[in-house]
Design a protein around this ligand. Sequence first.
Ligand SMILES: Cc1cc2nc3c(=O)[nH]c(=O)nc-3n(C[C@H](O)[C@H](O)[C@H](O)COP(=O)(O)OP(=O)(O)OC[C@H]3O[C@@H](n4cnc5c(N)ncnc54)[C@H](O)[C@@H]3O)c2cc1C
Ligand SMILES: NC(=O)c1ccc[n+]([C@@H]2O[C@H](COP(=O)([O-])OP(=O)(O)OC[C@H]3O[C@@H](n4cnc5c(N)ncnc54)[C@H](OP(=O)(O)O)[C@@H]3O)[C@@H](O)[C@H]2O)c1
Length: 277
Amino acid sequence: MQDAMTIETPILAGAPSPFCVPKGCYALTVTDVQHYTDTLFRFRVTRPQEFRFRSGEFVMIGLPNSDKPVFRAYSVASPSWDEELEFYSIKVPDGPLTEHLQKIQPGDTVIMRKKATGTLVNDALLPGKRVWMFATGTGLAPFASLVRDPETYDKFQTIVLVHGCRTVAELKYGEDLVAALKDDPLIGEMVDGKLLHYTTVTREDHPRQGRITDLITSGKLFEDLGLQPMGPEEDRAMICGSMAMLRDTKDLCLDHGMSEGANNKPGEFVVERAFVD
Ligand SMILES: Cc1cc2nc3c(=O)[nH]c(=O)nc-3n(C[C@H](O)[C@H](O)[C@H](O)COP(=O)(O)OP(=O)(O)OC[C@H]3O[C@@H](n4cnc5c(N)ncnc54)[C@H](O)[C@@H]3O)c2cc1C
Ligand SMILES: NC(=O)c1ccc[n+]([C@@H]2O[C@H](COP(=O)([O-])OP(=O)(O)OC[C@H]3O[C@@H](n4cnc5c(N)ncnc54)[C@H](OP(=O)(O)O)[C@@H]3O)[C@@H](O)[C@H]2O)c1
């Protein structure tokens, strides 16, 4: 137990206490959990006062359920000003972390390494007129943070949040988030008329159907929104999804004359994986 400190607070419901939190980690208390489908949920945890991150970054989280907890990368879905931290999560059957994480309840403990990092940050994009946020599945999470950050509205005139999922039910987290934003006392006015939310579904009926990449290639995305096709002068893009989605969407950004940026060299688009394969 040299590497750990003992905490005298509740752990997972029904699990023995006290438990161990590895060095260099925060122990966070779950405050809220909401399930959307049998594969998706969101949860909120307390935020340590000294923990700083930029909207769009990710952290490593785990559960204090063993001497060597499993850690996984998670985008912080709440904005940097929020008093709590929010996460939007997949439930993978037999997934080393999420088979347990999906069972958390308010009062339980989640552990988090102290450093946040990532490329889906406003700083990694050159100034522009519009920013396109292309997400599939849980790739929405970093954008749930960025669309709630006033800095995004200071930097861009138009924010287009494009979310593609297999089923209609998988759109719900994003839809609730955007609806709540419009009534938000802090940035509701900023968002009004500046945030466009475009959803598309690939495996069920929905008013807008097809992969994001196909909608870009055909031009339907731009027609539906009444916007010009993307270009390097006015448009910036952020992409978060599976490896295949990143590759295909990145190729389209390159075809539209945009170049990739990074934290140390801002560019016209940036990418980040939503999961490993
Ligand atoms: C930079 C980064 C940020 C991430 N942010 C998030 C996030 O905000 N929310 C989130 O749910 N996950 C996120 N992930 C994925 C996350 O790290 C884990 O893979 C996920 O929590 C599942 O963990 P697991 O141990 O249960 O299964 P794992 O062993 O990690 O995964 C098992 C398999 O499940 C599938 N899978 C894993 N994660 C996802 C996912 N998110 N969507 C669809 N299929 C998936 C993959 O096929 C994977 O091989 C992120 C990954 C990276 C690299
Ligand atoms: N979400 C579920 O209901 C579900 C159920 C069982 C298993 N899983 C497993 O979970 C993993 C992830 O599922 P997910 O639905 O979250 O993510 P996903 O497979 O990445 O699909 C999310 C959305 O992205 C689209 N997409 C996939 N590849 C793309 C590409 N190259 N370019 C553009 N769009 C692309 C999908 O369209 P298409 O529908 O055309 O692929 C779908 O609309 C998969 O490995 C899957 O085996 C998920």
